[in-house]
Design a protein around this ligand. Structure first.
Ligand code: FMN
Length: 187
């Protein structure tokens, strides 16, 4: 593990997610690592359990289903444009780590890599997939979490569901980058 990171307590991981930052989901299908952008996520109680929507339209879905593992990276404002761009291409077509210049690092408990450009990384396994068929909703158990203590507090960014994002009060309009999701950006 990179020296920059120290272990982060599992019972506080929900604070990293509340109320659901835009995140990168890292998976490894046994051959290749992939990344996808995710805005539909939330902590579930204080139990180091997270809920995450990943649907069959995502190439990542199969890797998550087959391996039962992922890493959730929490990006800051500094790489937000890249995060949106990652949500507009499929890992079936391109190696997104290479294309977007992000750095994978070995995780402690899962085979999916940590994302070094994120200020926090959360290693997860699938705890319950009973809602996946009906709702694309995965319940994940947090196995290990890492944070860069030097990163700014509350550095996460929140997707407002339409291609605009908020940081601490600042609105970032990236609707023009939502090339694959244009219908969401209309009023
Ligand atoms: C801002 C943003 C938020 C997104 N949130 C989700 C989400 O919560 N769940 C989901 O399944 N897809 C979401 N997507 C779409 C996926 O990131 C997109 O389908 C991506 O191409 C999947 O990559 P993959 O095919 O390599 O797995 C989002 C896309 C963007 C741009």
């Amino acid at each position: 593990m990179d020296d920059r990171f120290t272990p982060y307590p599992l019972d506080k991981v929900h604070r990293l997610f509340e109320p659901g930052p835009v995140v990168l989901v890292s998976t490894f299908d046994g051959h290749r690592a992939n990344l996808m952008t995710n805005g539909f996520n939330m902590p579930v109680r204080h139990s180091a359990t997270l809920a995450l929507v990943v649907g069959p339209w995502d190439h990542s879905y199969e890797a998550l289903r087959d391996t039962g593992e992922c890493v959730i990276g929490i990006p800051g404002r500094d790489i937000l444009e890249t995060v949106v761009d990652i949500g507009n291409v499929s890992g079936a077509d391109v190696d997104k780590w290479d294309r977007f210049g992000l750095t994978p690092a070995p995780a402690a408990t899962v085979r999916a890599p940590l994302v070094m450009e994120c200020f926090a990384d959360v290693e997860c396994t699938v705890a319950d997939d009973r809602l996946v068929d009906d709702h694309d909703l995965w319940l994940l158990r947090v196995e290990r979490a890492w944070i860069d203590p030097a990163a700014p507090a509350a550095g996460e960014v929140h997707h407002r569901g339409d291609g605009t994002f908020s940081t601490n009060g600042e609105l970032i309009d990236l609707r023009s980058r939502m090339t694959k999701w244009e219908s969401l950006t209309r009023d």
